[in-house]
Design a protein around this ligand. Sequence first.
Ligand code: DX5
Ligand code: ZN
Length: 221
Amino acid sequence: MTIQIAPSILSADFANLERDLNAISDADLVHVDVMDYHFVPNLTIGEPVVKRICEVSPLPTDIHLMIEDPDRWAPHYAEMGANSVTFHMEATHAPVRLARQLHELGSKACFAVRPAEPVEPIFDILGEFDMILIMTVEPGFGGQKFLDNQLAKTRRLRDEITRQGLSTHIEVDGGVSPTTAHLVAQAGADVLVAGSAVYGAENPNQRINEIRDLAEKAYKN
Ligand code: DX5
Ligand code: ZN
């Protein structure tokens, strides 16, 4: 099984973003957290900075929008050349319409669920998405403790994807490290975001490969 690792630049040095993008060359994607002080109690970067990241990043960009009104703003990120755009379940009014719009603009469409949200309500529209993101911390900050109560939800989602014969990816975001990578992979996640675990390591590329190896050994479909 091929596991993809997506380091989150939330834990990078925002004054040296290009250097830190180049420090994760062994990764598969770069995860970019956009926060607006409303949807989550934190503020990060917006369109001008993400546009430059899309231009200079050697890796495909995985844009995670933790913002209000993604129906309005998400298409802008697709137009910038994002590889995938993720928006949150409770922030969007018309997820199917938005997913189709993102596809028309050439981006993958991904749907995110917070820890307290069930995944079952999206079972009937799963086929509209390339990837479902399961938050394994409350969104807003890097460096939080992994919530293992999200593993059962991850497994239910993987089983449903298999049942429907889809090839949807499951991404997990929050607290992923060498000590939790096998748990999320066993539960059926195949795209792992890791912020502090990668950028806090002395050798980020070595840490990326370590997390991927652990997850590949443990993955269960
Ligand atoms: C949190 C963000 C995450 C964050 C993960 O809201 O969505 O992407 O950067 O950081 P770690 O891996 O440190 O938990
Ligand atoms: Zn994220």
